[in-house]
Ligand binder design. Structure first.
Ligand code: DAO
Ligand code: DAO
Length: 288
């Protein structure tokens, strides 16, 4: 089947760290025009899939979300079939754009938001994230599970714990939306979140591991809105961290990889919908 891709790029404004953020000053089309044009195209090309990357016509994070007309009510997976995936997917609340494939053949399976409650008073949106898995590695699980039905997969705790702790290459892409992050607040937040997960999966050696991870993040790093952090599990259980595409360090630890991934796709994830989409996507990958 032919796949026609329309994608628009958003030239960066000076000082902006990421081109994945909506930027109407350089975006020549209003969403309505894009949607209308796209709808006309879709209508005119029965049998041809139109994969469309749309950004909200907005500069401000937190403006009313613009829903992609192709997949607003469908699970993320519905817009990410193996043969025809859109080039990018928009996180609806923040308008942040995620590529649908990264690091070779890692496919976007779920997107969500990391919120943080401040002093029990309000929730702030800290970053949007996308969870990606390497298609070939996921398919290796077929050897163990064969072809199960959706409900058999969904009922299998073992299957999801395998995804967390097997040598499957994955990437979690974080895009910062909160504009006032300090390195101190980041450190204490991840000492808590990652620290709890290390304790959950192991009774000893956590402190050293957490210190090794924390020491990668030196005080001179700044994380303004638009910064992108990639946390990836590379072959051999290597946790690789990149900030705005630059490598900051590798740590070889199965436990650390598992603990980080657990924040996004474990029992008590930051965003339940992201985890659900991830699971549906994963099962589809195995069944196709
Ligand atoms: O005091 O302004 C504030 C709130 C700070 C919230 C910090 C949350 C940090 C979450 C971890 C981010 C990792 C990149
Ligand atoms: O959201 O609590 C969380 C977990 C975030 C884990 C990763 C944090 C990486 C932080 C990089 C900081 C660089 C200065």
């Amino acid at each position: 089947m032919v796949s026609l891709r329309l994608s628009f790029s958003f030239p960066q404004r000076p000082g902006r760290r990421s081109s994945n953020f909506p930027n109407s000053s350089s975006f020549p089309f209003s969403p309505a025009i894009v949607a209308t044009t796209a709808a006309a195209l879709a209508g005119a090309t029965a049998g041809i899939k139109v994969a469309l990357a749309i950004s909200p016509n907005s500069n401000a994070i937190g403006d009313p979300p613009y829903h992609n007309p192709w997949n607003s009510d469908a699970p993320l997976w519905a817009s990410l079939s193996l043969a025809e995936s859109p080039a990018t997917v928009v996180e609806p609340k923040t308008g942040v754009i995620f590529p649908s494939v990264v690091d070779g053949a890692r496919r976007l399976l779920g997107i969500g938001l990391r919120k943080k409650n401040v002093f029990g008073l309000k929730n702030i949106d800290v970053y949007a994230f996308g969870v990606y898995a390497e298609v070939d590695d996921v398919k290796k699980l077929r050897k163990k599970y064969g072809v199960l039905s959706d409900s058999e997969f969904r009922g299998s705790k073992e299957f999801f714990s395998d995804v967390l702790d097997q040598d499957i290459r994955m990437t979690v892409k974080l895009q910062i939306v909160y504009g006032r992050l300090t390195i101190g607040s980041v450190r204490s937040a991840f000492e808590e979140s990652v620290g709890n997960r290390l304790k959950k999966f192991s009774s000893s050696g956590n402190k050293d591991l957490l210190n090794r991870f924390t020491s990668l993040f030196r005080d001179e790093y700044k994380l303004p809105r638009g910064s992108v952090i990639d946390l990836s599990r590379e072959q051999g259980y290597v946790l690789r961290t990149r900030i705005d595409g630059k490598e900051v360090g590798d740590i070889q630890s199965k436990l650390l990889c598992q603990s980080i991934l657990d924040l996004y796709i474990g029992d008590d994830p930051f965003d339940k919908k992201a985890k659900e989409d991830f699971e549906v996507g994963l099962i589809s990958l195995l069944q196709n």
